[in-house]
Design a protein around this ligand. Structure first.
Ligand SMILES: C[S@@+](CC[C@H](N)C(=O)[O-])C[C@H]1O[C@@H](n2cnc3c(N)ncnc32)[C@H](O)[C@@H]1O
Length: 271
């Protein structure tokens, strides 16, 4: 199938990006566990009858909410490699689809996402489509990254390799990518234009982490640096990796990597 929208993101998440995230799924769920906990707590705030997880990846958050609430949960992701390894459970199902255009039925009273809604080419069309999946009275609770300057851990690898790899792609703020919804004024307009109401932003600052011995795996599997490292010859890869690892020294202590992270929790409603 040739996607008509989000073709760049579809290529990335069905290519090396998606395969990296699929292979790293257990590690991703450890690193981002604090955000899973946040979304599970949000889901528990009210009785829910059906939950939709957008950009669900390999489905850790979908399964956690399904287990906690015991209601049907659907995870949707554009990434075939990740959906292929997303394990269904009694209440968690998964679909490979582009959430911007998938023909949802209005059967969900909660939409969640852990860093999966910042990648749309046309965010107004996408959030309008998500609104069509939501029952009257339903709500959306998603987390998105705040800007790069507030998330130094996420740019450490890119900065460390910049002298060696000046052509490495970088992510722009307010463009499809991890920093696609960093500006609350712009995001508020996107939500307003797509028909959502009662839009609220809350700053969320959480410490994330992983065991130190997992850091090299994290760095070689995820992000632009990981994708650049993968095809290198072993010796070159090790040299670049050592340069990158040194840049992470400030985050390492007692066998653990700990880092501050900065996100927005966005709430919105369908009246
Ligand atoms: C940063 S990952 C987060 C994955 C997952 N939520 C997690 O926390 O592990 C972003 C996800 O959004 C997905 N994505 C990007 N654009 C999408 C779209 N248009 N429709 C559905 N999923 C999309 C990607 O395939 C990727 O799995």
């Amino acid at each position: 199938m040739t996607p008509e929208v989000n073709s760049e993101q579809a290529a990335l998440w069905n290519g090396p990006g998606g395969h990296g995230w699929a292979a790293a799924r257990d590690m991703v769920d450890v690193v981002l566990q604090p955000y899973e906990d946040l979304l599970v707590a949000a889901a528990r705030e009210k009785p829910r009858t059906g939950v939709l997880d957008i950009g669900c990846g390999t489905g850790g958050v979908t399964r956690a909410i399904a287990d906690a609430l015991k209601v049907p949960c659907l995870g949707v992701d554009i990434s075939g490699p990740q959906i292929a390894v997303a394990q269904e459970t009694a209440n968690a199902r998964f679909v490979e689809a582009d959430a911007q255009v998938y023909p949802f039925k209005p059967e969900f009273d909660l939409i969640v996402s852990r860093f999966g809604v910042m990648f749309f080419d046309d965010p107004v069309a996408a959030f309008r489509n998500l609104r069509s999946a939501t029952k009257p009275g339903g709500e959306l609770r998603v987390v998105v990254w705040r800007d790069k300057e507030e998330n130094p851990f996420m740019t450490t690898a890119e900065r460390a390799v910049a002298p060696l790899m000046p052509d490495l792609p970088t992510f722009d703020s307010n463009a499809p990518g991890p920093y696609g919804l960093t500006d609350p004024d712009r995001t508020r307009k996107i939500f307003g234009d797509s028909g959502w109401t009662e839009v609220e932003f809350r700053k969320v600052d959480l410490e994330c982490g992983m065991p130190e011995d997992v850091l090299p795996v994290y760095l070689t599997m995820l992000g632009p640096v990981g994708r650049a490292l993968q095809p290198m010859q072993e010796q070159e890869r090790q040299e670049v990796l050592q340069t990158v690892l040194r840049a992470f020294d400030p985050f390492v202590s007692n066998g653990e990597v700990r880092f501050p992270s900065a996100a927005w929790e966005i709430r919105a409603s369908v009246l």
